[in-house]
Write a protein that binds this ligand. Structure first.
Ligand SMILES: NC(=O)c1ccc[n+]([C@@H]2O[C@H](COP(=O)([O-])OP(=O)(O)OC[C@H]3O[C@@H](n4cnc5c(N)ncnc54)[C@H](O)[C@@H]3O)[C@@H](O)[C@H]2O)c1
Length: 306
């Protein structure tokens, strides 16, 4: 076993079931002390109990490893803070945070209520921010941290009936982009997992064969790698059924329209060239895009003047 977490402390949110449980068990098997967080509610986020988290803690302890249960609701920033304080008091540090907790309130957008929207954004996006805020300064001070976000193809590609979930899950990628920049000089690396697995989230849309092919254990190797010592920074990794891949956001080279042609009709006329992905660019900071368009404009003005 090359990847080890001896001496490391990990928090895994939503670790009472499904993917979080699988991540927590594997991190512990590789030597980490684990805070098994789970609010213990139903799939739509209602209810709450510590039973699921405690069962996972028992499993970890039965294997001779260390774990504690925590019932914080990730939407409660103060409870997230207390969770981190307790982990630091017990084990002296927090090295790894896996933001995994999640709920679903699927409905077509035509039928979605503001409450369905808010509840899903609150658990996935605000919950990931709350937990990360709670560990961030601690990680900066110790000059080491690994944060893993959990996104979804529903956000990256869209999925009927999941506007709330998709928006939250793509928001999480945006959160990673900036945290990966801000954390880099403090030894903090931030990555995102895009899983596909048979859990209670997907049990009603999968048949028996698919359930067997999509075991959560087949996703966990990506999670473990992305929080390891040699993890990359700012990688979005898809994992499921034994398949692993990554993605990147590219921007077309684009067209710089001259003065006098900067109107909607010219944009329509040039749309094929504007959106051509031949020679597309990858930017690692929003600022770089502004630098590029200003350089293109300066060059055009220079040519017009010369
Ligand atoms: N299963 C998939 O195919 C799939 C696909 C894409 C993304 N995901 C994401 O993976 C993550 C794990 O999902 P899963 O499939 O294992 O589902 P799951 O329902 O089995 O597990 C989610 C866990 O999060 C806990 N939880 C929910 N709200 C919480 C809160 N406010 N505070 C603390 N804990 C809370 C639940 O109690 C549950 O144990 C989620 O973020 C989900 O959106 C899953």
């Amino acid at each position: 076993m090359t990847i080890r977490f001896d001496g490391r402390v990990a928090i895994v949110t939503g670790a009472g079931n499904g993917l979080g449980r699988s991540h927590a068990l594997e991190l512990a098997r590789r030597g980490a002390r684990v805070v098994v967080n789970d609010f213990g509610g139903a799939r739509d986020g209602t209810g709450g109990s510590l039973t699921a988290a405690e069962a996972v803690v028992e499993e970890i302890r039965a294997n001779g490893r260390e774990a504690i249960a925590n019932g914080a609701n990730v939407t409660d920033a103060e409870a997230c803070h207390v969770m981190v304080v307790e982990a630091v008091r017990k084990w002296g540090r927090v090295d790894i945070l896996v933001n995994n907790a999640g709920i679903l309130r699927d409905r077509s957008f035509a039928k979605m209520t503001p409450e369905d929207w808010r509840a899903v954004i609150d658990v996935h996006l605000n919950g990931s921010a709350n937990c990360t805020l709670a560990v961030w300064n601690q990680m900066r001070e110790q000059n080491y941290g690994r944060v893993l976000m959990t996104s979804s193809t529903s956000g990256i590609y869209g999925n009927f009936g999941q506007a709330n979930y998709g928006a939250a899950k793509m928001g999480i990628v945006g959160l990673m982009n900036t945290l990966a920049i801000e954390g880099a000089k403090y030894g903090i690396r931030v990555n995102t997992l895009v899983p596909t697995a048979a859990t209670r989230m997907t049990e009603d849309i999968l048949n028996a064969e698919m359930l067997d092919m999509l075991k959560p254990e087949y996703v966990t190797p990506a999670a473990v790698f992305l929080v390891s010592e040699d993890a990359p920074n700012r990688t979005v990794m898809f994992a499921g059924a034994g398949h692993f891949s990554t993605m990147e956001i590219r921007e077309s080279k684009g067209v710089h329209l001259p003065p006098g042609r900067r109107d909607a009709d010219c944009v329509a006329e040039q749309f094929a060239a504007i959106s051509s992905m031949a020679d597309a660019d990858i930017y690692t900071e929003g600022r770089s895009h502004a630098v590029m368009i200003l350089a293109a404009e300066a060059e055009q003005r220079r040519q017009a003047g010369g």
